[in-house]
Ligand binder design. Structure first.
Ligand code: MN
Length: 208
């Protein structure tokens, strides 16, 4: 993949800006509490945005490049800043999708339907079984990372775990749903009980 800019999509380009939450900070209660949302969005997510902008600032040739191209062009990035750029670009990418991928429990969006439901049933047997398998994977993430339902270019589904802020798009995999299993996503409310957080997250994951 080259650095030629074309489609900025939902992620934009330098200077990146913190996208506002598409719902109120307390809208995901009781599954994610208001205080966690303030820390997660206003502090953690905002820090990835700031650090990415700081890392890109000295390199004008990267200022008009879409985020996904930055992520998938590791070899074209300046060596001395490569790790910082990729880590923070991954953080911006993952959190942009994560917060957009949640919705208040009262909204009728938390179960897949149509083609996605058919695909989930085809690959995992049933939606219930898919949730079990996905939850088990999410519990298994060692340290900080993500669990992601991905689709390849032929619409094959798979559940993948990633470490830190790694992403899967450069393998041609499109994320459909993402669980943030970094402790910062749940520690204030759930402490060490990641399994409870994972179980509750299904109530607010957006499938449509
Ligand atoms: Mn996070």
């Amino acid at each position: 993949m080259t650095l030629n800019s074309d489609d900025f999509g939902i992620f934009g380009h330098y200077p990146f800006e913190l996208p506002p939450l598409p719902y109120a900070y307390d809208a995901l209660e009781p599954y994610i509490d208001e205080e966690t949302m303030h820390f997660h969005h206003d502090k953690h997510f905002a820090t990835y945005i700031k650090n990415l902008n700081d890392a890109l600032e000295p390199y004008p040739f990267l200022h008009n490049v879409p985020l996904e191209r930055i992520l998938c062009s590791a070899k074209s990035l300046p060596e001395e800043s490569r790790v910082k750029i990729l880590n923070n670009a991954g953080g911006v990418y993952n959190h942009t999708l994560f917060f957009r991928g949640l919705a208040p429990a009262s909204e009728p969006v938390h179960e897949p339907e149509g083609k996605l439901l058919e695909a989930i049933e085809g690959f995992f047997g049933s939606f219930e079984h898919f949730k079990e398998e996905f939850s088990d994977e999410a519990k298994d993430v060692f340290g900080s990372g993500w669990t992601v339902l991905v689709s390849d270019s032929e619409s094959n589904l798979d559940i993948r775990n990633t470490a830190n802020q790694d992403v899967l798009i450069c393998e041609g995999l499109e994320p459909i749903i993402l669980f943030d299993v970094w402790e910062h996503a749940y520690y204030l409310k759930y402490k060490n009980e990641r399994a409870d957080y994972i179980k509750n997250l299904w109530n607010i994951i957006r499938f449509k």
